[in-house]
Design a protein around this ligand. Structure first.
Ligand code: BES
Ligand code: MN
Ligand code: ZN
Length: 499
């Protein structure tokens, strides 16, 4: 899809979209290019607005097909709501609505006049409408050898007309960087587990070197040397070699300034191991590497918009399989931190992987803060469904910054409590801890487990099991991998560390 920005003009062909501010109950009055176009069409728009009682409510559309007196295929009026309250996320959602309205045309002009208010500048809003179009246009069709041609989107070119095209174009550079990151994440998450496994994940992540990111991977021998018995225990039943992926973006002026570390759970398939999962829905566990997928997409977004900040992305990549060499329930493993863990349930594997990656991140990089992302517990889906990811933290400021960023981009977080009452559940009779709690508050005991591998670094854990995949689709994503987290962390890093 080719996106360009231009001055306002009355469009003459293809599909035409006019953004329309919300009017009073008695109706709306067209202005600017829309009014001129309406005149050419003999008042067809005004009549349609009346007949459909279209009020310009945000994200509502009204389509007028092939209006007489013009050569356009269709006109879509899209409601902007109250334009003075438009922010970037609202603009993106409007963009997503526009994509759905024009995807069957080959070319479209989108006219956005008179935007900009208290919450955002016109150029930024136009850029984010374009970003919403891009985000919603995602498709993963590489394995379809036959496809109904009328199911395929046709849209090739979109021109966004606005009062300040130069500002929109400039602002769109960062917006497109983030969209590219989201697409990379969705691609990785959607790939099945016979294609994406630890080493092939690393190979795909090497594409990031073209963006200016340093990519490094540790295999089993290197991890054994480091004493990563917790991570390695999870992968030992798999034919696929476990990997620890380290991505570096040194964008700050001072390349030595302490980085922020973002850690992702990358279980490329989670059968549960010897504590085997039931077959129904097990296919979902191809996206148990969603946290790692976000890390990779985020790094692309940061690099492509040249974020002035140092960030390390780390992914613990393993496949959790039952096998003659798999770890057994009851095994005791020694983590890199030296702490021992009794593995009572081999399906509580994400925390074992993260234990070693979190420790390694602190030892090697001394980060100013660590945020981990993990499809860690089914319990978080029980608690929050697909509407929020769970947020856990040892630091209120960090938690507040993350929650604010999530609210800003519409990828919401809800903080849950932590405390000794929950931590006690992890006591083991023969090791320093066991890898499961007592059965209640499963998401919290999982977070407590992770915290045992955090020294005094500000740390937050996002349990994203409910938000990585959405069969029905979300406002900004078609069904499948949502890419949740890339926009959220991009915003968080920008607001908290790029001042
Ligand atoms: N990957 C799963 C969590 C999960 C479940 C993610 C459903 C997405 C959808 C995780 O490894 C797991 O199996 N967790 C167990 C922990 C339990 C054994 C303590 C769970 O939540 O049941
Ligand atoms: Mn599991
Ligand atoms: Zn898992």
């Amino acid at each position: 899809m080719n996106i360009t920005f231009a001055k306002i003009a009355v469009p003459a062909q293809g599909a035409v979209v006019f953004g329309v501010a919300e009017g009073s109950k008695s109706g709306i009055k067209l202005s600017g290019a829309a009014a001129k176009f309406d005149k050419q069409a003999g008042g067809a728009l005004t009549r349609a607005i009346k007949a459909a009682e279209f009020t310009g409510k945000r994200e509502k559309t009204l389509t007028i097909v092939a209006p007489a007196g013009t050569r356009v295929t269709r006109v879509i009026l899209v409601g902007l709501g109250n334009t003075s309250t438009l922010d970037e996320t609202a603009a993106e959602r409007i963009g997503a609505v526009i994509y759905d309205a024009v995807s069957r045309d080959t070319a479209a002009a989108v006219v956005l006049e008179g935007l900009g208010g208290a919450k955002a500048k016109a150029g930024d809003l136009v850029a984010h409408v374009a970003g919403g179009v891009e985000l919603k246009s995602y498709r993963f069709a590489k394995y379809r050898t036959k496809e109904e041609s009328d199911a395929k989107p046709r849209i090739k070119t979109l021109v966004f007309q606005s009062d300040d095209a130069a500002a929109a174009k400039k602002s769109h550079v960062a917006v497109a960087a983030v969209a590219a990151g989201v697409f990379f994440t969705r691609d990785l998450v959607t790939e099945p587990a016979n294609i994406i496994y630890p080493q092939s994940f690393v190979a795909r992540a090497k594409e990031l070197t073209a963006d200016g990111i340093k990519v490094e991977a540790l295999g089993v021998a290197a991890m054994q040397k480091l004493g990563m018995g917790a991570l390695l225990g999870v992968g030992q039943g798999s034919r696929r070699e476990s990997q620890l992926l380290v991505l570096r973006w040194d964008g700050a002026k001072d390349k030595k300034a302490p980085p922020v570390a973002i850690v992702g759970k990358g279980v490329t398939f989670d059968t549960g191991g010897i504590s085997l999962k039931p077959p129904g829905g097990m296919w979902d566990m191809k996206w148990d590497m969603g946290g790692a997928g976000i890390v990779v997409g985020l790094m692309r977004a940061l690099a492509r918009r040249k974020a002035p900040v140092n960030v390390i992305g780390l992914c613990g990549l393993v496949e959790n399989m039952p096998d003659g060499n798999a770890q057994r329930p009851g095994d005791v493993v020694t983590s890199m931190s030296g702490q021992t863990i009794e593995v009572l349930n081999t399906d509580a594997e994400g925390r074992l992987v993260l234990a070693d990656v979190l420790w390694y991140a602190q030892e090697r990089f001394k980060p100013r803060a660590i945020v981990d992302l993990a499809t860690l517990t089914g319990a978080i889906i029980q608690a929050l469904a697909e509407h929020y990811a769970g947020l856990f933290a040892n630091n209120d400021e960090l938690a507040d910054q993350l929650a604010a960023a999530g609210k800003h981009v519409g990828e919401r977080l809800w903080r849950l409590p932590m405390g000794d009452e929950y931590d006690k559940d992890l006591r083991s009779p023969i090791a320093d801890m066991k890898n499961i709690g007592g059965g209640k508050a499963g998401s919290i005991t999982a977070a407590q487990f992770l915290q045992r591998f955090i020294k005094d670094t500000p740390w937050a854990h996002l349990d994203i099991a409910g938000v990585v995949w959405n069969e029905k689709g979300t406002a900004l994503a078609p069904g499948g991998a949502t890419g949740y987290g890339v926009r959220l962390l991009n915003r968080f890093i920008q607001d908290a560390y790029e001042k």
